[in-house]
Design a binder for this molecule. Structure first.
Ligand SMILES: [Zn+2]
Length: 273
């Protein structure tokens, strides 16, 4: 990243903080709550974690290039799940919230050998540009979850396209590609219009899900664990949220429950290809 780029990122980040950008969850409006703020430092910093991965840090160079979007032969345009006859599932996360909570979640996943998919919101990347590198450095997948997490299916075409393309630009600046996947905001499934706009922006597929963890309403870790393990099947794509302490606490027992059933948590790309 050039010094000019870095100044530009910092300016954008300062602007996002100034406007107090906070957000709602993936589900339709009214089912989310503000991200839980976890006081103090992350529970465990990995010794190898780069300084730039710390909250508030700014990457000194572009993150490892994210895998660009690709069309997966045999998969529908809107992907809700992977193969039902396999032994894998994908845990996919609405990407926004306190970076310490988000980092704690990634640490838990890595401790268990799991890989996840983070669909990042553009204004979160403006506030926390170092998180892009942290996610990719952990072997996880990164995608686009719109610029501001508005109700994208209710927006006129030009505004909806701007929501997709502006987040894509942020991802390209930070990681070298527009990210592996696009997921609509405040909707489980994209409308035909949003699907067309996503394709125009460079995403051949829209990433939906078949299991809603309902974690955005902070029901507590046992409820999140129960909901996921009751509903998950081979091939499932599970919707979860970064930035929620209950989700961090639920992750180890979820991964343990998956393991007992012979299921591995892998990136979405690994699940569907
Ligand atoms: Zn979301």
């Amino acid at each position: 990243m050039t010094s000019l780029d870095r100044r530009s990122v910092l300016r954008v980040a300062a602007s996002a903080v100034a406007t107090g950008a906070l957000g709602s969850g993936c589900a339709p409006a009214g089912t989310d709550s503000p991200a839980v703020r976890t006081p103090g430092a992350p529970r465990s910093g990995r010794p190898s974690a780069p300084d730039s991965a710390r909250p508030g840090g700014v990457p000194s160079a572009p993150a490892h290039a994210a895998r660009p979007p690709t069309r997966v032969p045999g998969m529908p345009v809107q992907i809700e799940h992977g193969p039902r006859d396999g032994h894998a599932v994908a845990l996919t996360f609405h990407g926004r919230g306190d970076p310490r909570t988000a980092t704690a979640l990634l640490d838990e996943a890595e401790r268990a050998g799991a890989r996840v998919t983070v669909l990042a919101i553009g204004d979160w990347l403006d506030e926390q540009p170092a998180m892009a590198r942290r996610i990719l450095d952990g072997g996880h997948e990164l995608g686009n979850h719109t610029m501001h997490h508005r109700n994208i299916c209710a927006l006129p075409a030009d505004a909806a396209y701007a929501e997709i393309s502006r987040c894509a630009e942020r991802l390209r600046t930070l990681t070298g590609t527009i990210g592996s996947w696009f997921r609509p905001s405040q909707a489980q499934r994209a409308t035909d219009l949003v699907t067309r706009l996503a394709r125009k922006a460079g995403y051949p597929h829209v990433l939906s899900y078949d299991v809603d963890s309902l974690d955005a309403s902070d029901p507590g870790a046992p409820a999140v664990r129960r909901t996921v393990l009751d509903r998950v099947r081979p091939g499932s794509i599970v919707s979860l949220h970064l930035g929620h302490a209950g989700t961090v606490a639920a992750l180890p027992p979820i991964l343990d429950g998956l393991h007992r059933r012979g299921l591995r948590a892998v990136t979405t790309t690994e699940l569907v290809t």
